[in-house]
Design a protein around this ligand. Sequence first.
Ligand SMILES: [Zn+2]
Length: 482
Amino acid sequence: MLLSYLLILISASVMKCDKNPSSGTKYFDIVILNGRVIDPESNLDAKKNIGIKNGSVQLITAMEIKGRTSINAQGLVVAPGFIDMHQHGQDNENYAYKVMDGVTTALELEMGTSDVDRWYSEREGKAYINYGVSIGHVPLRMKIMHDPGGFAPVANAVYRTASDSEIVKLKEGIEYGLNRGALGVGFGLMYTPAATRWEILEMFRIAGKTKAPCYVHMRYAGLREPNSCIAALEEVISASAITGAPLHVVHITSLGFSYTPRILQMIKEAHSRAMDITVECYPYTATQTTIESAVYDEGWQESFGISYSDLQWAATGERLTAESFAKYRKTGGMVIAHSIPEDVVKSTIADSIVIVASDGMLQGGKGHPRGTGTFARVLGKYVREEKLLTLSEGLRKITLMPAERLEKIAPVMKNKGRIREGADADITIFDPENIIDQATYDEPAKYSKGISYVLVNGTVVVNNGQLQDNVFAGKAVRGIIK
Ligand SMILES: [Zn+2]
């Protein structure tokens, strides 16, 4: 009796909280007050209050509003949550660093998975941030050819040409993955050099049928003909033109090096022929991948324009020699290559067509700093310190542009990457005067500075600069299941 009386009282007070006609103010779950709200889609850049209810933005206003929780964003920027189109590390070790770098959605699109259903079910209800995956040509090739590799293939999937029946299996695997809501098709052509151009075209044909984007790490890097990044880009632009599959070229600076401006020129020329091509880069001058992969097959020094001493062993930070290179190539592991000129990083980030994405993967606190600092670095180093971009331009590259690339295949992305009424309350609130990356090549496992609050689907995951324990607010970003 007492309990039901209490319940009536409580429900009455909740109802009263919804609207308070006497004062004209509205009540929300959460309100973000007095922040500088920047939305790259509408070009809103003004001091506003935001009311959030049931996980979405319900009101953006200059009026006074109230909520059960209120966040004072005075002096801070309130932006759409950052979207990372290239995040290999897909566990809570990685998600913790992502959200502390302002990321609310992290997607594994380049490598992808061979089992879309399992990939999503492994993360459901357990992720700090939103997650999503492509169906991957590389992992499918590894599965079909029984390659024992891990992140990258090391045996059959690298060196053996696929038979006609294996190509059929690959096509079926890609089609099945897309039907299960994969976000497109991932390719790591440099990791599968024995995959013929015809095989790749066959994969693009499947993607083209439903206009699923193809996310590609190109076949070649660097300057040396005939296997240059120019030839590599021609291959995938052709595949896109022939099949109609939209194309996304990943981390162009770590494939193009000093030729990156030529890559961008070629893509803009393709745009002028109405082709659907996007590109991304990360804001660092070094690359990272597994030393045992085909990337470090014979000839890497000439292709990348570097030598042993430009390589750094991720696990220890040591610079390599011919001897240690040979040793580690046998044992396997992550190697960092200092190979991208700083002026190329700058001009690429400043280019209006380029999305910023991290290519991140932290394992036991080891890895490349791009996995933990990419987003704060763009806003701190390249926007604030070097003034390469305006704040709004910088934000556009990490919010709206990735959302627009994804939203045709995954309609949920229409409500991400923007702050507008009806959008998901994925929101990053940061201090524009202090935001900066702290991760280095020697110490990658360092949270960025200046990220004050992060909301994921209307839940506070970072509160006053502190990651909240076990707040698994992330949801699947998935295409339509057919
Ligand atoms: Zn890659």
